[in-house]
Design a protein around this ligand. Structure first.
Ligand SMILES: CC(C)(COP(=O)(O)OP(=O)(O)OC[C@H]1O[C@@H](n2cnc3c(N)ncnc32)[C@H](O)[C@@H]1OP(=O)(O)O)[C@@H](O)C(=O)NCCC(=O)NCCS
Length: 185
């Protein structure tokens, strides 16, 4: 329970409810976005998934999830945050902030150091996200580099990190199959 109107749950929301909320918040074209490339073949981390319900109606009001990444070639572990979404009927009531604080808090407690996302710096800047210095870290494209943001859960976690963001499973498949092929990516 977070207040009389809304309940925070530490669990993923049921898939169809969550999909309908994301369509309402981002529009149907959301699935073409670059961040979806980084989620293909992966599942969100269950212990970092939260959702909020409107207490009176039980309607799903907001969701947040995180996905495992590696920065190739060195394989530095990181998280992809997203989607964070609040249904238009419930926006500007502080739910985005509640979900963000819950998610980042759980990630920090679990020992994660570095979080990336693709989104609006004016919004995510409020939550400690900064633009990735141009070219330091890349995503499988196409994407707008000005919207690739990072947040250090562990101070200094971004220092010296560079390369291409990949889903963790893709990095592992590449490196465990040919650990010293020297190809770099
Ligand atoms: C972005 C989002 C998660 C915020 O959720 P929320 O519950 O409304 O957020 P909060 O109530 O904690 O904060 C609202 C504040 O963020 C601001 N804000 C919301 N979206 C913003 C954006 N894209 N850029 C800058 N500020 C933004 C609001 O203007 C409001 O400002 P105020 O506190 O000065 O009134 C929600 O609006 C959403 O799901 N939007 C649809 C998807 C989207 O546009 N995402 C943008 C980032 S990729």
């Amino acid at each position: 329970m977070m207040n009389d109107r809304f309940e925070l749950h530490h669990a993923p929301a049921p898939a169809r409810e969550a999909e309908a909320l994301l369509d309402a918040a981002f529009g149907l074209s959301r699935r073409t976005k670059a961040s979806y490339r980084l989620r293909e073949g992966s599942s969100p981390l269950e212990d970092l998934s939260f959702h909020v319900r409107h207490a009176a109606s039980s309607r799903l009001a907001g969701v947040i999830s995180f996905w495992p990444l590696r920065v190739s070639p060195a394989g530095v572990p990181a998280l992809l945050l997203g989607p964070l979404a609040v249904h238009p009927d419930f926006q500007r009531a502080g739910l985005g902030t509640v979900l963000m604080n819950a998610g980042l808090g759980a990630a920090r407690e679990a020992g994660h150091g570095l979080v990336f996302l693709v989104g609006d710096e004016p919004y995510y800047g409020r939550h400690g996200f900064r633009q990735v210095p141009m070219g330091q870290v890349l995503m499988p494209g196409p994407y707008d580099p000005a919207r690739l943001l990072y947040h250090e859960l562990r101070p200094g976690a971004m220092a010296g990190v560079s390369g291409l963001l990949l889903p963790e499973w893709r990095w592992r498949a590449r490196h465990e199959a040919a650990p010293d092929n020297g190809s770099g990516r």
